[in-house]
Design a protein around this ligand. Structure first.
Ligand code: VNL
Length: 389
């Protein structure tokens, strides 16, 4: 009796040890680094919610592997912090994949870590063209500023907008947006009557808007990072630019779905080019918005969320192709060329650049049943990043 009991316990202990080992191998750990606090916390909140939603809707396993997400808050402003968190996730937590990256400087600082450790790095939010050149282990499911800025430039040129004043946030995606707007707009006969760059943190837009108004353009082109649009919109109205007949155009970051409804009247009529609107008319998007709002106390998904959702889709589908293995470059190779229907529409991961190709929609802010939405009225299909050298 005692012997049996002893044997049983020993077997049980051995079984537990084996189980733990087997469990570790059966798990794919994803280190998700996002700005969960600080000035860009809305981006972190949206991407995290979408990652959780993807897992809830598709199950906690992929190719037989348990998916475990380890979330780290990098507070969004210190590239060195993001890089250190990535190193810790790889060395201590043994993550197989890095993901997230709310802003360009944070993604760029981390790229060498991915290269050195041969760990795939899924950029779910940041949007400067050069990022995918920084490491052969980077795959992007967000967007590039050049995609949306080039499309709004072409639209402006054929829409009787002749003089434009540009205002962009003074960091990499702002410079990308400004350059690609200018190179699309000027050759088609447009004139840039002024260009200003606003500080990335705590910007006061009033003096910039006054100078834009004094230049009497047909339109102001604006790029601001997700989260800053409401303050800009308020001052655009208060400074009398709308009243002076100056249109507001740009990439869709300024009319971000996360805060658009709260902007009220001043936002109505803003025309932007972007890859995602919560009002996008497709069955995939209707189901996405409904599930997202239900899981997040009514929060409306924005463009950042879709980068997170599609990033998870790319991870799940690639694991299916590799039989659940994440061997650095083999995983990246398996992800190349992947196509699917996202809530945003059709997308593709370009095999040569590892960047996302997607439709860019032209949208106008309208009141739809008492709520403000970016209503799509035209599109350019499957835009490859025009910013790739
Ligand atoms: C970036 C681009 C960040 C677009 C954004 O919001 C944005 C970036 C935080 O590449 O850093 O809307």
């Amino acid at each position: 009796m005692r012997m049996t009991r002893y044997a049983t316990l020993a077997t049980l202990a051995a079984g537990l040890a084996l189980g733990a080992g087997a469990r570790a191998q059966d798990t794919v750990k994803i280190g998700l680094i996002l700005p969960m606090t600080g000035p860009f916390a809305s981006t972190g909140k949206q991407v995290e919610a979408a990652v959780r939603l993807y897992i809830a809707r598709n199950g906690g396993t992929a190719a037989g592997k348990k998916i475990e997400v380890i979330l780290k808050d990098d507070t969004g402003v210190q590239p060195e912090t993001t890089k250190r968190l990535a190193q810790e996730l790889i060395v201590q937590d043994k993550v197989a994949i890095l993901a997230g990256f709310g802003l360009t400087p944070l993604a760029r600082a981390t790229a060498p870590v991915a290269t050195e450790a041969k760990v795939p790095m899924i950029v779910m939010a940041a949007g400067t063209s050069i990022i995918t050149n920084d490491s052969p282990f980077i795959l992007r499911t967000s967007f590039t500023l050049a995609q949306s800025a080039s499309v709004i430039a072409a639209w402006a040129a054929k829409s009787n907008i002749k003089k434009v004043f540009t205002i962009v946030s003074d960091f990499a995606p702002g410079i990308d947006g400004e350059n690609s707007f200018k190179s699309g707009f000027a050759p088609s006969g447009g004139t840039i009557v002024g260009e200003l760059r606003t500080p990335l943190q705590n910007p006061d837009f009033a003096p910039f808007l006054q100078r834009a108004k004094d230049a009497a353009p047909d339109a102001v082109f604006v790029f601001l990072p997700s989260g800053q649009g409401a303050a800009f919109m308020k001052q655009f109205a208060e400074r009398g630019l709308a009243g002076a007949g100056i249109k507001l155009i740009g990439p869709g970051d300024v009319t971000d779905d996360d805060i658009l409804n709260g902007m009220g009247q001043p936002a109505i009529g803003t025309i932007t080019a972007h890859f995602y609107s919560a009002a996008h008319d497709s069955k995939e998007n209707k189901a996405y918005v409904e599930a997202f709002e239900k899981a997040n106390a009514g929060m409306r998904p924005n463009f950042m969320s879709v980068g997170g959702y599609d990033g998870m889709h790319l991870i799940y589908e690639t694991l299916k192709k590799t039989g659940g293995k994440v061997d650095g470059m083999a995983f990246v190779d398996a992800a190349k060329g992947m196509t699917w229907t996202s809530p945003r529409g059709p997308v593709k991961i370009e095999p040569d650049t590892r960047d996302i190709t997607q439709n860019i929609y032209i949208r106008k802010v309208e009141n739809v049943g008492g709520k403000l939405y970016n209503v799509e009225f035209d599109k350019v299909e499957m835009v490859k990043d025009p910013g790739k050298k």
